[in-house]
Write a protein that binds this ligand. Structure first.
Ligand SMILES: Cc1cc2nc3c(=O)[nH]c(=O)nc-3n(C[C@H](O)[C@H](O)[C@H](O)COP(=O)(O)O)c2cc1C
Length: 207
């Protein structure tokens, strides 16, 4: 059964552009895969805590030596990693916060990048363990960061996420960038018309 993992990270539940685009992606994907399964992970409704010394110690303890307390510490990480393993495909909504990803998305990444689970150094060099997956990132930003513009070099989202996911073995990545959402604050901007090119890009990409 084809499985899609949808991850949202915008705290703006009602007005979020990235959430609207992930919703559109899922709608299209379900039409293409009526027998498919969608796993939804909302990072604003998940209790994500920063990585601690105890968490790191647990993550680097061999599975057979874990105490019950350490197993408990790793529980959320195990669940989030299982979602990535189960899915064949990911769609990830990313609002730009201070030129990068929101803090919830960074906490999620810190919990899923785990030696022996999602990457390995087994052959003396890093190797990703999430193989054969594809990821689509639907990014919303107040400003426009198109290639060739003055702001392009301030978009740290795309290079960062490409690097992290490649490290985990996911090299088939697509970015659809809805730039300029600050315009939506103006009464003259029609939201549906503004979003249409990005909705079309999602439709074209999903197929
Ligand atoms: C805390 C915060 C930081 C932001 N930082 C930036 C930024 O660095 N660059 C930018 O273009 N827009 C920035 N914005 C605007 C958001 O990227 C924009 O509102 C976008 O639509 C958010 O995605 P969403 O609609 O899915 O929540 C910021 C918004 C917030 C709330």
């Amino acid at each position: 059964m084809p499985t899609l993992l949808r991850v949202d990270s915008s705290p703006m539940f009602q007005t979020s552009v990235s959430r609207q685009l992930t919703e559109e992606f899922v709608r299209r994907w379900r039409a293409l895969h009526p027998d498919g399964r969608v796993i939804s992970r909302d990072l604003n409704q998940t209790q994500l805590a920063p990585v601690t010394a105890q968490w790191i110690a647990a993550a680097y303890t061999p599975k057979e030596s874990l105490t019950s307390e350490q197993k408990c510490i790793l529980e959320l990480s195990d669940t989030l990693i299982a979602e990535l393993e189960e899915a064949d495909e990911y769609v990830i909504g990313v609002p730009m916060h201070n030129f990068s990803i929101p803090s919830t998305a960074k906490l999620w990444i810190d919990l899923v990048v785990r030696r022996g689970k999602t990457f390995t150094y087994a052959e003396g060099r890093p190797g990703g363990l999430l193989r054969g997956k594809r990821a689509t990132f639907l990014v919303a930003s107040g400003g426009k960061y198109d290639a060739g513009t003055a702001l392009a070099s301030f978009n740290f989202i795309e290079p960062y996420l490409r690097a992290v996911f490649a490290f985990l073995g996911v090299t088939e990545t697509t970015f659809i960038n809805a730039g300029g959402t600050a315009e939506l604050r103006s009464a003259e901007t029609n939201r549906a018309a503004f979003l249409q090119p990005y909705v079309n890009a999602v439709a074209l990409h999903v197929g």
